[in-house]
Design a protein around this ligand. Structure first.
Ligand code: ADP
Length: 623
């Protein structure tokens, strides 16, 4: 694509812009009718009428003075306007200061709730795709604000239209020369053209600024998130970040200057000078008419306000109109995100107890461009293209029977975690199939299937909630589950730490929202994550490096605990520590995405292959 085209806003048809806009408008009407209709009546109609009232007030007051009307008549006009102003201000303040913030929160929450629901159904592959992920983050961050701005836009356009037509009508009814009305309309047209050009300039400016803002936000995060605090103090990352921040800032200043000059030439010089000349011209022309006696004093006085009114209404209307494509661009992505159809879909079959789980000649690649199944949103967009696109797993066949303890071993990048993801049906294989109790896994109900699996990921996450809630999740009930949580924590080796906590399992983890919250060490956190598996009657336990953050004693105890509690369970664990794998019934050794060896520890040692080599290397280190 040429540089010129790159900077252009994507072309959107008028129909598309309209469809996106009204779709959002009616969504807000559905989610919060008071917000949409109340806003339209107050911000649009009432404000528009207020401008008209002020205009007519000037017209009538000055005409009354000109016609030599008695003081009582003048006071009556002033009284009517005062009553109107008091009522208007009252309604305006009640709406903006009391009602609008509340309606705003509700609307915001309803829009986000819908996004949360959608986010839960997304395929994990969506998180691997930067383009989709950007749209997702953008939708999460901006949707409610955009919804409000769409409504505001419509209201302000209504306000500007009411004020514009009322101003023209006021001039027409006050016998103003047609020349004035023609010049005012011409100002409207010029305003439209200037705004159209200005809109393109704004788009280009935003496009140049967006990556710079992102970088700035990344650097800001690095300084305020606790995750980075240690590195920044102890490594030389600080220098790197400051240098990046300086360069980024210089670039922002350059972009600011470049577009500042463009804005000045377009709006400051061209538009302002032209509009000023036209406004002064009209005022001068009206003054001549007044001197000639062809118009009244009121018409002259009002015309000064009306010219300003028309100018303001035009620029407000056009400015709002110019926002349509920008909002529509966002809305297109937002609706694209909402209409995303998950590719890993649930089957209908009820999930019976696990008897066997089998991989039949399974291959998997994160290069989704080769997999039409992962096309989304627009027909020509593919989730992600990984350069080189090598398979993470190639032709893997293995079978796990109920009650077996299986160890998956291999060096980094061998495909172990990918295998686990396929077993949990976070992805479907690119080739081959996963078979549960003799039937293809996609035939089964997905939620029910995942409910049978307790999984501890290597990069487990704890939430800002109590220990008990972290173990049991949202349906934790203190009375029903308290004992179970304690037993699970004990089985995971957390009992010593628990004894030191005065609030016990109700201790809050994390200090972000709770003053009494605590932070756990890596190993302690891992134990809480492991307790999740012990706490529920899962049939299959999957543990990805469950002891990576544990010391050797804790690791030994955990292994004993797993053996004790998992007698009737099927257990699959990934471990680098081959001392752990000795307790497995069968070991699968992976290398570069391929299953290269399978058997018990003794069998693999006898084979004297890669596993034996790896085991000896580790044993060497322990000596
Ligand atoms: P292991 O768990 O054995 O360390 P993984 O299964 O995590 O290995 O990774 C296997 C291969 O797949 C690696 O080459 C890795 O770079 C690649 N990979 C893993 N996750 C992703 C991902 N989300 N996107 C692209 N490639 C990935």
């Amino acid at each position: 694509m040429s540089k010129k085209n790159e900077n252009r806003a994507p072309k959107q048809s008028f129909a598309m812009i309209n469809r996106n806009y009204w779709r959002m408008f009616f969504k807000v009407v559905r989610l919060s009718p008071t917000f949409a209709i109340g806003g339209f009546l107050v911000e649009g109609v009432l404000w528009g009428i207020n401008r008209v009232v002020n205009m007519y007030f000037t017209l009538h007051l000055f005409n009354a003075i000109d016609e030599g009307k008695p003081l009582s008549e003048l006071l009556r006009i002033i009284l009517y306007v005062a009553i109107w102003q008091i009522c208007f201000q009252l309604v305006d303040k009640i709406y903006f200061q009391i009602m609008r913030p509340i309606l705003h929160y509700r609307l915001n929450y309803n829009i986000h709730k819908e996004l949360f629901e959608k986010a839960k159904t997304l395929d994990i592959s969506c998180y691997d795709d930067p383009e989709f992920y950007n749209d997702f983050v953008w939708s999460m961050e901006e949707s409610s604000e955009r919804a409000i701005r769409v409504i505001e836009n419509i209201n302000k356009m209504a306000r500007a239209a009411v004020a514009f037509f009322a101003a023209i009508a006021a001039l027409a009814t006050a016998d103003t020369d047609a020349v004035v009305i023609v010049v005012l309309c011409a100002m409207g047209v010029i305003g439209c053209v200037v705004n159209h050009v200005g809109n393109k300039v704004s788009y280009m400016a935003r496009k140049e600024r967006t990556p710079l803002y992102r970088k700035q936000s990344y650097i800001n995060r690095a300084y305020h998130l606790p995750d980075y605090a240690k590195e920044i103090r102890l490594s030389r990352a600080d220098e790197l970040l400051v240098r990046e921040a300086d360069e980024n800032n210089d670039e922002l200043v350059r972009v600011g200057q470049k577009y500042g000059v463009k804005y000045f030439l377009l709006y400051g010089l061209f538009n302002n000078v032209l509009m000023e000349v036209a406004s002064l011209g009209i005022t001068f022309y009206m003054f001549i008419c007044l001197l000639r006696g062809s118009i009244q004093l009121g018409t002259f006085a009002a015309s000064v306000g009306i010219v300003w009114q028309v100018r303001h209404s035009i620029s407000e209307f056009v400015e709002r109109l110019a926002k349509f494509p920008e909002h529509s661009l966002f809305l297109e992505k937002y609706y694209g995100f909402l209409s995303y159809e998950p590719k890993v879909v649930s089957g209908e079959r009820e999930v019976d107890s696990l008897r066997s789980l089998e991989l039949k000649n399974v291959s998997f690649s994160y290069d989704f461009s080769s997999n039409p199944k992962y096309r989304w949103h627009k027909a020509d967009h593919v989730v992600r293209t990984v350069e080189g696109g090598k398979d993470a797993l190639t032709g893997v066949s293995l079978k796990i029977e109920k009650g077996e303890k299986i160890a998956i071993v291999g060096y980094n990048g061998a495909g172990k975690t990918t295998l686990i993801k396929l077993l949990m049906r976070l992805y479907d294989p690119t080739d081959g199939e996963v078979v549960y109790n003799g039937r293809p896994l996609p035939e089964y109900r997905l939620d029910e299937y995942r409910d049978k699996i307790g999984c501890v990921f290597q990069d487990f996450k704890l939430f800002d909630a109590s220990i008990a809630e972290n173990v049991m999740g949202g349906d934790y009930d203190a009375e029903r589950d308290g004992e179970r949580v304690k037993e699970a924590l004990c089985a995971a080796g957390f009992s010593d730490k628990l004894a030191t906590l005065s609030a016990g399992i109700d201790t809050h983890l994390g200090c972000e929202f709770s003053e009494g919250g605590i932070n756990l060490s890596g190993g302690e956190g891992q134990k809480v994550a492991i307790a999740r598996v012990f706490a529920r009657p899962y049939e299959l336990w999957i543990m990805d490096e469950p002891s990576s953050a544990l010391d050797p004693v804790a690791e030994y105890e955990l292994n004993q605990s797993i053996l004790e509690h998992a007698k009737d369970k099927t257990v699959i664990f990934i471990s680098h520590r081959l001392s752990t794998t000795r307790m497995a019934d069968r070991i699968y050794m992976f290398d570069s995405g391929r299953l290269i060896e399978a058997g018990s520890h003794e069998e693999l040692m006898q084979t004297d292959g890669k596993y034996a080599e790896m085991f000896r290397l580790q044993a060497e280190k322990y000596k």
